[in-house]
Design a protein around this ligand. Structure first.
Ligand SMILES: C[S@@+](CC[C@H](N)C(=O)[O-])C[C@H]1O[C@@H](n2cnc3c(N)ncnc32)[C@H](O)[C@@H]1O
Length: 291
């Protein structure tokens, strides 16, 4: 990309694809090259074909070269672009927040299903990160208030920005603190939801490098067993759930049984429901507090 020869969109796509093909499968390399070039040019990937003869400016060429180099080094596309798609949202993300996942879109879908026929609800999202869950509930669900809590001040800044961009900042109350410490005693919600950190501290090596080397440790690791935050969330939920309210959790397949056992042992919940994710892994746990 350093040459002074003019580079058209078509040529830039080819350079991008060849650069990324060194580290990615061919199909992924093509898709990612389109995605990165479109981001640099401020276009939708589908619009690139219409601009195939457009010549890149020097700034565009340099920006593309820098972004390709970051991708070759393994940085997730969403951090390079600074954006991540989540349900109806286009969220701002950076290295201090977890990139929201498709499984979490499903978690939100299950909560919205539960909301059918209910109105005027309040939800609590523990470990809100980018605000993906909290903001989606405010945008798509019958929630007049959603409280999002995070221990990371930097993550909360992203969540605040995203809530404003989605025009729900007046209904999404973002608070700094550890789990229920950010909630007043006696403050109750119809839904308590969390996609908490659930990787055991000894399991670092089992994570894909793209996760391990780039996503924030505070969003991934819970403690020696991986269950530490889930247990605290389950144990504290009855005190903050309305009777008949819903506890909705995303957990790792390997600790689903322990999470279910904790909920059953609590005694305050009906028999929990377990749902699989798109890859058919048990992942989403729903439990209603007794009415
Ligand atoms: C797995 S990420 C989930 C982020 C977002 N909810 C999502 O689903 O994409 C977990 C989040 O929990 C936050 N977190 C970690 N420990 C916490 C604690 N003790 N109290 C509150 N938030 C915590 C992290 O900063 C991170 O944003």
């Amino acid at each position: 990309m350093g040459t002074a020869k003019p580079i058209t969109v078509l040529r830039a796509l080819e350079i991008g694809w060849r650069t990324l093909a060194a580290v990615r499968h061919d199909d992924d390399a093509r898709r990612e090259a389109r995605f990165l070039l479109a981001g640099v040019l401020g276009l939708e990937p589908g619009a690139l074909a219409l601009e195939r003869d457009r010549v890149l400016t020097t700034v565009e060429r340099n920006t593309l070269a820098a972004r390709l180099a970051r991708r070759v080094a393994g940085e997730p596309l969403q951090y390079i672009e600074g954006r991540a798609a989540f349900r109806q949202l286009d969220l701002r993300v950076g290295p201090s927040v977890l990139i929201p996942r498709p499984e979490t879109e499903q978690l939100v879908g299950f909560i919205l299903d539960w909301c059918q026929g209910r109105n005027d609800l309040q939800a609590l999202d523990l470990g809100t990160g980018s605000g993906a869950i909290a903001i989606s509930l405010a945008v798509e669900g019958p929630f007049h208030r959603v409280v999002g809590v995070d221990i990371s001040a930097s993550a909360l800044n992203f969540a605040r920005y995203n809530a404003k961009e989605a025009e729900v900042a007046d209904r999404v109350d973002l608070r700094s603190g550890s789990l229920y410490s950010a909630v007043r005693p006696g403050e109750r919600f119809h839904v308590v939801v969390s996609n908490p950190p659930y990787v055991a501290s000894g399991e670092t090596a089992s994570l894909p490098p793209e996760v391990r080397d780039w996503e924030p440790a505070i969003a991934l690791f819970a403690g020696p067993t991986g269950l530490e935050l889930i247990e605290a969330i389950v144990d504290g939920a009855p005190a903050h759930l309305e009777p008949g309210g819903l506890l909705a959790l995303e957990v790792a397949p390997g600790i689903v049984e322990s999470a279910l056992a904790r909920i059953r042992a609590n005694g305050d919940f009906a028999e929990p429901e377990l749902h699989t994710d798109y890859a058919e892994h048990p992942r989403i746990v729903l439990a209603e507090r007794h009415g």
